[in-house]
Every structure is written in structure tokens, then in C-alpha cells.
Design a protein around this ligand. Structure first.
Ligand code: MN
Length: 722
């Protein structure tokens, strides 16, 4: 990659004229002048005006033939972070695509990778990619980092080390994932030099020395390779190769090899026109020198995960010197050096791109196709997909630990991912320090803090938004256990009451009667019996009779206290939706085998047939202390009038009732019937609400709706309560 400085916007524009339209170049210019003004007065560490930095970043991208929007984003990439200008302002000046890219780069820059463990580096790489659905964001960020590394000498030592470490851990591997080898090599060597200046110098000196010593042999081998291609009539160019300094250092360290072992290899590359020429060249060099068995690799048929394609072979040269040869086409060469960026380089000669993002996708599709042609490597396809269009998000705990979650995950999923207990007891959360609903979908890069309250229980409503299997299973399990304990409690109350109606007491039952009954019913404990009754699978009255069987035909005394209803619904106690009982109504409990105890208004048509069956219905009363709000339906007949629904709503809210739903069930030119579903505290409250409604002039009649079944044939009016 050329490291030449761009002298001015004019010289950049001149370079761009090779592949961009004049109109596009003018937009790049406009972005430059905008950035120049925004950064006015700011200086780089080096003392240069700040705008030199975005200019060089755009220059790096220009050499890769990136599209004009990427170059504009490069010009503006530090404007949001370093000046007072907003994303909205950039959008109005340069359009939504450029604004999104600038915003994306700013977000990436804001995350500080360095404060976290090295072991998490791979997650950071994935996160960076996940955050950049438009891959051009990554390209701008890489170019930004490259220029900062080129000018890193201006920074104080400590900052230099930090940036260098981050470059080696995060950015060079990202460049590698995207197949941008030139970018990776330059980033690695710059970072290596900044991290370990002495080791860098030592290896650099050693390489120079070896290069001098080997010069003659290298040119001998090169000449013989070229002559061989010439003889066989195979057009191509032969290049000598050297490993870059960081890779030598890395191999010495990780593979514990000596400098000589690593560099004692002569390496060449032969670049040709077409794929079939590659294989013919392979044959030719194998007849020139003897190949080393087991060292041939065909990355043309099976490309590497980042799209790299080439033939690799090792030969025994004269005097047994090992010679490594890579053989590939010009296109593969461009791909190997520039990876995803090669895509822009290649297509640029054709029609001007309309949508570079679509092209990035094409690049990925191209890789997939190549892979399919080559045969099978599921891993390859998976990698490309995960890396570039991930279905995962990456979020932090307040301590900086990273969690990987599926896209769409919420704070509740996150809480369960940390620990089941945290999930079960979570009550609220902060997303990047801001209080947020537990249902808000998370995004990559956010820091999530879960607030728990001891003893707090999972909410069934969470099942409506959680996406992870773990959260779902944990919530379900909890609800199941809860239903069990609630039904046990309810069953005990129902049985006590049934026994009381025979003048007996649950705690004073003869032991033999209990044992005999459990045996008959094939249950192993009283708790199981209570549970069966609570779930509605057994009738409390029948069980009571069985328990008292020794006292022949016990007479009902009718002295039992009724059950008290205290307010909140549970998994085994519900309010009937047909008649919507509210405190103050006379009520009756219906034992339903699906829903447990269902509270109806006494007189509801839906339970009329079992009203007097003690196995199906139990006496219940409102607890005098009953709390909460209860659903109720009110039917209003009114004259058609503009804005009447709003007037209605205002007067109801004025009476402190909450409207849940308004539906018009019947209307002609003059008259409407409106059904209101609302929440009130009790009958007194409802009466007050209805009085208020009646005060509205257009209203001709207000009644409480009686039952859902009956409502289908409206006209038969509901009961009038007042
Ligand atoms: Mn920058």
C-alpha cells in the first residue's frame, strides 16, 4: 500500500478523477471544506492542522478506489466526535448514507477496547463488525486507524502502547477477516514497532543482513523460474517475497523457532492471467525442481475463509534449499492483497456504482459461490455469514465483561444469561446508564446494568418479548412451580370449606380416613390431594364426603365461611371475562378444570346451570380490604356528533377511571352504541363514572354490559345498575 502523503484536496481530487465522476469528486471536495471549517483551530499532535488527518484517511480509501460516499464519510469521520456538529446537520448537508456512516465510525471510536481483557479480543472484532451493518464503516475505521498508526510517533509513550495493542488485537485481525492483507501487514508492522521498538529494530537489521547475503541466490532462482515459464510458453510475472517483520516475530514467539529457521526459506510468487494457467505453471515448476511431499495446497479449489485463493507448493532447489512458491491469477492477487476492497478496485472501471453496500453483499455472495463451486466447507460459509452479517449482538456488563446474545435480545434475556437468579429477580435496568424498559431490544456495544430486588418474581408478560431459550425456559419453570403452590393453597381452602359445610375440620380428621382416601384416589400425600382440588381435577365436596364416609351420610350444616377474594388474579384465580365482576357485586366462584377458580357475578348466565352444584361452585365474598382496579364494560347510547368519543373519554378520565378499549357496536345516522372496557376500583367508583357520562348532552342511556354472550345480540339491553 502506498504510504505517500496527499498534499492537498486538489491533488486528491486529481487522483480520484481516474475512477469517479466529476460530480462525485465535487461532493468529496464539499465534505473536505466542511470538515476544514468544523475542525478550524484544532491541531494534530504533530502540530499539523487537524483537517490533514481526514484528508489522508480519504486518500487511503481513494487508493482502494472506494466510492465517493465512503470518501465523504472519511472527510467527516471525526466531526461528530470532535466538534459540536450533529448527525442531523451532516444528514441535511450530505444525505442519510454519509451521515449514517459518520455516526457508525463515531460509535466504533467511542468504545474503548483497551480496558478489557485480551481474551475478549475476538468478541470485540465480532462486535465491531456487528455494529457496522454497512461494511464501508469498517473500511473508513480501518483507514482512520492506519493513518493514526502512521503518525503514532507524535503520541506520548503510554498512549502509543495502548493504541498499538488495540491495533494488534482488534483492527489487524478485522482487516485479516476481510481479506485485506496489505492493510493487515502495515497495521501489524506499525503496531509492532510502537509496542517493542527494540525488538523491531533487531529483527529489521537481521532481515536486512540476510537480504544482502541472499541476493545472489534469490536472483538465480528467479531467473531459472522465469526461464522455465518462457520455455513452456506460460505468460506470468515472478516476484520474490519476504515475510513482514511482525510475522517473523510472531512465529519466533508462538512456534518457538529461531530467526534462521523462519527466514531460511526462499519464497516466490508467480502471478498469471487465468486459472488453468495456474495449474500448468504448477506442473512446470514441479518438473524444474523436485516438490517436497505433503506441502502442496490447493486454495483455488478450496479458498481460505476470508476468500484467499492461491496454489502453494514447496520445492527442493539447488543444494537442497527450500523454495516456497505461490501461484495465482491477477484477480486472486488483488483479492489477496485488498480483500473486500478489491471489490471496489475491480468494478470501478465499469459503470459508476449506485449502491456500494449492495456491492459489499455481492462480494460476500461471490465468496459463497466460489465455495459452492469448490465443494463443501460449511465452516467457511458460516464464518462469512457470522462475520459480516451477524445475527448476534455483543453487550457489556458494568464490569466490562462481554456477553453474546441473539439479535433482538432484551435486558431480561441478558439478566438470565448472567444467572437465573438475576433473571428471576430483575425489576429494572439501565442501558448505557439510562433507565430503560426491560423489554427494550439491546444493541451491540451497549453497557447493561440489571437492577434486582430480592424476592421479586418473574413476570408472565416477559414471555411476550424474551428471545433466548434460557430465559423462556426459566420463566416457564417458575410459573409452573408457582401455579403448583398456588393451586395447593387454593385446594386446601376449598377442602376446608367443604368439610366445614359438613361440620368437620380439616385439622381434626381421623388419620385412618385420610390414609384410606389417599389410597383410593392413588395419591401419595395430602398436598397432592390439595393440588388436584386446586387445579379443578377433583371436586372438594366429593372429596369431603369421601373423607367423612364413616359418618354415614353427613348432613350439611351450611355453616361454612365463604372464601375471601382479596384482589389480584393469579394462575389459579381469575375474574370471568363474560360478566367482569367488580368489588360490591355479589359473586360466586366457579371451579374450572382449566383455569382454577373463576369469579363470576352471581346471576351470570354462563354459570346458571351449575350455580347450585356444590362440586362446581363455591360461595365467595370480596375481602373488605380488597385493593386494585377491575375490568368492567359499560354500554353507552349516544347521538352522533363530531368529537363525541373524545368528550366521552375526557369525562371518564376525569372520573379517574382508565379506558382500555372503546368499540362502536351499532350505529345508524343518528345513534351510536359504544362499548367501553375500562378499569374501576368498585361499584361506588363505577356509579360515579356512569353519572359523569350521563351528564354529557349527547348521551341518551348508560348501562353496565351484562355478559359477552348476550352482547352479540345487542338490543336486548344489559341490566340497568342505577
Ligand atoms: Mn480519525
Amino acid at each position: 500500500m502506498s504510504t505517500a502523503q496527499i498534499a492537498s484536496i486538489d491533488s486528491l481530487a486529481e487522483g480520484l478523477s481516474g475512477y469517479l465522476a466529476r460530480r462525485q469528486i465535487n461532493q468529496v471536495r464539499r465534505a473536505y471544506y466542511y470538515a476544514e471549517q468544523a475542525h478550524d483551530g484544532q491541531l494534530r499532535r504533530s502540530g499539523d492542522p487537524y483537517v490533514t488527518h481526514p484528508l489522508q484517511v480519504a486518500g487511503i480509501l481513494g487508493r482502494m478506489h472506494m466510492d465517493h460516499q465512503s470518501l465523504m464519510a472519511a472527510m467527516l469521520h471525526d466531526v461528530i466526535e470532535d466538534t459540536g456538529i450533529t448527525k442531523t446537520a451532516i444528514k441535511s448537508q450530505f444525505g442519510v448514507n454519509v451521515a449514517e456512516m459518520v455516526d457508525g465510525v463515531s460509535k466504533l471510536s467511542k468504545i474503548s477496547f483497551d480496558s478489557h481483557a485480551e481474551a475478549q479480543a475476538e468478541n470485540f472484532q465480532k462486535m465491531a463488525l456487528a455494529m457496522s451493518r454497512d461494511l464501508r464503516v469498517i473500511m473508513v475505521k480501518l483507514a482512520d486507524r492506519l493513518h493514526n498508526m502512521r503518525t503514532i510517533k507524535a503520541l506520548p509513550r503510554e498512549k502509543r502502547q495502548r493504541k498499538a495493542r488495540e491495533t494488534l488485537d482488534i483492527y489487524a485481525p478485522i482487516a485479516n477477516r476481510l481479506g485485506m492483507n496489505d492493510m493487515r501487514i502495515e497495521l501489524e508492522d506499525l503496531a509492532f514497532e510502537a509496542m517493542y521498538p527494540l525488538r523491531f529494530q533487531r529483527i529489521d537489521a537481521a532481515v536486512r543482513k540476510v537480504r544482502g547475503n541472499r541476493k545472489e541466490i534469490v536472483s538465480q532462482i528467479q531467473t531459472s523460474l522465469e526461464a522455465c515459464l518462457e520455455r513452456e510458453g506460460l505468460p506470468g510475472r515472478t516476484l520474490g517475497r519476504e515475510k513482514h517483520l511482525y510475522s517473523i516475530y510472531d512465529k519466533m514467539r508462538s512456534k518457538r523457532k529461531s530467526f534462521a529457521e523462519i527466514t531460511d526459506v526462499y519464497a516466490f510468487r508467480i502471478v498469471v492471467d487465468r486459472v488453468d494457467t495456474c495449474y500448468r505453471v504448477l506442473g512446470a515448476v514441479h518438473s524444474l525442481y523436485k516438490p517436497v511431499p505433503g506441502r502442496f495446497k490447493d486454495y483455488i479449489a478450496i479458498p481460505k475463509t476470508n476468500g484467499y485463493q492461491s496454489l502453494h507448493t514447496t520445492l527442493f532447489g539447488m543444494h537442497g534449499l527450500p523454495i516456497e512458491i505461490q501461484i495465482r491469477t491477477e484477480q486472486m492477487e488483488a483479492m489477496a492483497n485488498n480483500g473486500i476492497a478489491a471489490h471496489w478496485l475491480y468494478k470501478s472501471s465499469e459503470s459508476i456504482p449506485s449502491n456500494a453496500h449492495v456491492r459489499a453483499r455481492e462480494w460476500v455472495n461471490g465468496l459463497l459461490e466460489m465455495q459452492q463451486r469448490a465443494g463443501n466447507s460449511l465452516e467457511f460459509i458460516e464464518n462469512v455469514k457470522i462475520d459480516l452479517f451477524p445475527d448476534e449482538i455483543y453487550v457489556f456488563t458494568p464490569k466490562g465483561e462481554i456477553f453474546e446474545l441473539p439479535r433482538g435480545s432484551t435486558p431480561v434475556d441478558f439478566a438470565y444469561a448472567i444467572h437465573t437468579d438475576i433473571g428471576s429477580s430483575c425489576v429494572a435496568c439501565r442501558i448505557s446508564r439510562r433507565l430503560a424498559p426491560l423489554s427494550e431490544p439491546l444493541e451491540s456495544g451497549q453497557t447493561v446494568e440489571i437492577i434486582t430486588a430480592p424476592g421479586h418474581k418473574p413476570n408472565p408478560a416477559w414471555l411476550g418479548f424474551v428471545v433466548t431459550a434460557k430465559a423462556r425456559a426459566s420463566i416457564r419453570q417458575f410459573l409452573k412451580n408457582q401455579k403448583l403452590s398456588e393451586s395447593t393453597a387454593l385446594g386446601r381452602r376449598l377442602l376446608s370449606k367443604a368439610l366445614a359445610s359438613f361440620g368437620a375440620n380439616l385439622d381434626a380428621l381421623p388419620q385412618e380416613a385420610v390414609v384410606a382416601t389417599l389410597k383410593q384416589l392413588r395419591l401419595d400425600s395430602m398436598d397432592r390431594l390439595f393440588e388436584e382440588i386446586g387445579l379443578g381435577n377433583r371436586m372438594s365436596h366429593a372429596v369431603a364426603r369421601r373423607l367423612l364416609a364413616s359418618d354415614e351420610n353427613p348432613a350439611e350444616t351450611g355453616l361454612a365461611d365463604s372464601l375471601m377474594v382479596a384482589g389480584t388474579e393469579s394462575s389459579v384465580m381469575n375474574y370471568a371475562r363474560c360478566c367482569t365482576p367488580i368489588p360490591g357485586d355479589r359473586i360466586v366462584g366457579h371451579i374450572s378444570s382449566e383455569r382454577g377458580l373463576v369469579i363470576h357475578v352471581d346471576g351470570c348466565n354462563n354459570i346458571a346451570e351449575f350455580r347450585n352444584n356444590p362440586d362446581k361452585c363455591v360461595e365467595v365474598n370480596w375481602d373488605p380490604e380488597v385493593q386494585g382496579e377491575f375490568h368492567v364494560e359499560v354500554r353507552v347510547e349516544l347521538a352522533q356528533q363530531r368529537g363525541i368519543i373524545a368528550t366521552l373519554a375526557t369525562s371518564i378520565t376525569g372520573a379517574e377511571a382508565n379506558i382500555e378499549k372503546i368499540s362502536t357496536v351499532e350505529r345508524d345516522a343518528h345513534l351510536s352504541i359504544v362499548i367501553l372496557l375500562m378499569k374501576v376500583r368498585n361499584r361506588v367508583h363505577l356509579a360515579r363514572v356512569m353519572r359523569k357520562i350521563r351528564l354529557i348532552k349527547a348521551v341518551t342511556r348508560v348501562t353496565r354490559a351484562k355478559s359477552r354472550k348476550i352482547r352479540r345480540s345487542v338490543g336486548r339491553a344489559g341490566i340497568v345498575t342505577h
